[in-house]
Ligand binder design. Structure first.
Ligand code: BEZ
Length: 400
């Protein structure tokens, strides 16, 4: 990945040198504004390409590039130049990685990331620099809460949105005393808190919170604890390779079929091929799923499968929508990404025609989402209905 980044960087610098040399020879006498129109829009992509969330980073990248290619590679008439960083889902490296894109490469817009802790590390750098940022996954509630800002957008979800509706689902299934199991980091803690908030409103009680450090996958001790507690349901938040391992371990521990398993949809998203029948019947809530059978989703799935020879998942959709949102902004200002105020205005009032269903942004720049109830059936996360219509994040603490 690093090699390609460096290559792209050298190509960019070579281009700049050539223009300067020609201009100096008096051949190219254009106004600076016209030159600016010709330069490529610099897109900094900060995503995980290694580790437990690697597949998520790839899907987001694929989706984003597809949206750009559907516009002939030139949204708003401007070509795109990519600067890519593998953030390894490592919060400790996040400020340095974000600075590479913002200060060194001087990108016009940052697309990233997956991990909530990494997003928190990016936020300080990006807020200070005022660079446009579209977050295509990381759910950290703060990003569209106390840290909300005119230059910060999300094309995905807040952690709160992904599990708040699950309390209602559990009540409908007759479960009142579940346990919650997750990684101990920002996203795990926030999805747990949102689930608990929804559950309490429905009269249920969370009887145990079970954590292991991110990105560990040694679930055995916690599964043994679950077997001894005997809750009426288990709710889990894991994603990527960690989710696949959890599903297999849950089955191997003999819990599948004994204690019903639920989760935010990340638990079963993008992993069904890998887990055999370990996920069969697991119900989850998420803002995307299989079998929506809409014109937009069918066209997207076909185009994605043709381009990448694989099926898209929610991460691909979020990347695609990040590309669509950026395109709305660029098209509104005819590619002049320096025209920040009208570009932001166009983006915040956009209606994104998404494979998940059309969405708009809240005042905190977070998508208002239909949350689907899904069930894992064979290799599909089949949409069974809408668990919550037009769920907006409460944006607690956002004063922008
Ligand atoms: C997060 O860290 O925000 C996150 C990671 C994977 C899936 C969903 C959320």
């Amino acid at each position: 990945m690093e090699d390609r980044v460096e290559h792209e960087r050298r190509e960019f610098l070579k281009g700049g040198t050539a223009i300067a040399a020609t201009a100096a020879a008096g051949v190219l006498l254009r106004a600076p504004a016209a030159l600016a129109q010709q330069a490529k829009v610099k897109v900094g992509v900060m995503l995980p390409y290694t580790g437990t969330f690697a597949a998520l980073g790839v899907a987001i990248t694929n989706g984003f590039r597809l949206a750009i290619e559907e516009r002939g590679g030139k949204p708003g008439g401007r070509e795109i130049e990519y600067f890519t960083v593998d953030d390894e889902s490592n919060p400790a490296k996040a400020p340095e990685n974000a600075n590479r894109l913002v200060q060194r490469d001087k990108v016009d817009v940052v697309i990233g990331t997956v991990h909530s802790g990494v997003a928190m590390g990016m936020a300080k750098v990006i807020r200070e620099a005022g660079t446009l940022w579209i977050n295509p996954n990381a759910g950290a509630d703060e990003i569209t809460g106390p840290l909300c800002a005119p230059n910060i957008f999300r094309s995905s979800f807040s952690n709160w949105q992904t599990t708040y509706a699950l309390g209602k689902v559990l009540k409908a299934r007759g479960h009142r005393n579940p346990v919650f199991i997750t990684w101990k980091y920002a996203a795990g803690e926030q999805v747990l808190a949102a689930f608990n908030e929804g559950l309490k409103k429905e009269g249920g009680t969370l009887i145990r919170e079970l954590f292991l450090p991110f990105p560990q996958v040694e679930f055995q001790a916690l599964l043994t604890e679950i077997a001894s507690i005997k809750p009426d349901a288990v709710v889990a938040f894991f994603a990527g390779a960690g989710a696949a391992k959890f599903l297999k371990d849950y089955q191997a521990a003999g819990l599948k079929g004994k204690i019903p398993l639920y989760g935010s949809g990340f638990l079963t998203e993008g992993v069904l091929e890998a887990v055999g029948d370990a996920a069969e019947g697991v119900e989850t809530t998420l803002h995307y799923g299989d079998g929506l059978d809409t014109r937009k989703d069918n066209a997207f799935r076909l185009a994605y499968a043709k381009a990448y020879r694989m099926q898209p998942d929610v991460y691909a959709v979020q990347g695609y929508d990040a590309g669509q949102l950026l395109a709305v902004g660029l098209e509104a200002v005819k590619g002049d990404i320096g025209s920040k105020a009208p570009m932001i205005k166009a983006m915040e009032t956009a209606r994104i025609d998404s494979p998940r269903g059309a969405w708009t942004l809240s005042r905190a720049h977070n998508p208002v989402l239909d949350i689907y109830l899904r069930k894992a059936v064979g290799k599909q996360n089949k949409v069974m209905g809408i668990a919550w219509k037009a769920l907006a994040d409460p944006a607690r603490g956002c004063r922008a």
